[in-house]
Write a protein that binds this ligand. Structure first.
Ligand SMILES: [Zn+2]
Length: 116
């Protein structure tokens, strides 16, 4: 997929960061996901881990987990994110032990990469 990245470099040289966004939105350029990129200070299109705007490898958007818990009466809240499913499971188990009679829902959910 080096060709796609080379294309991105050419588009960037001509039109900068926003030309990349436009090219992805129009389908001219392929992107797997949109991720936060620190050097770009924005959510940018990525091919794999590589930012198509600046070439930085961003691996900060790995899947994370969260817990949705609460009651129908008082509403639900989200806890997290947790870096591992195990951490989320442990936390949820503990919450169930303590509040089981009061919780209508206590569920571990996967947080996907935004934009995918
Ligand atoms: Zn970038």
């Amino acid at each position: 997929m080096a060709n796609n990245y080379e294309k991105a470099v050419k588009i960037y040289e001509k039109g900068g960061q926003y030309a990349i966004y436009a090219a992805v939105k129009s389908g001219e350029l392929q992107a797997d996901s949109w991720r936060d990129c620190l050097p770009c200070e924005d959510k940018t299109p990525h091919e794999g881990n590589i930012c198509l705007v600046c070439g930085t490898a961003n691996k900060g958007n790995d899947i994370k987990w969260a817990i949705i818990a609460g009651t129908l009466e008082s509403g639900f809240y989200v806890t997290g994110p947790f870096d591992s499913e195990q951490d989320a499971d442990d936390y949820a188990e503990d919450a169930i032990k303590r509040y089981s009679s009061k919780l209508d829902i206590c569920k571990v959910v996967e947080l996907d990469n935004p934009g995918e």
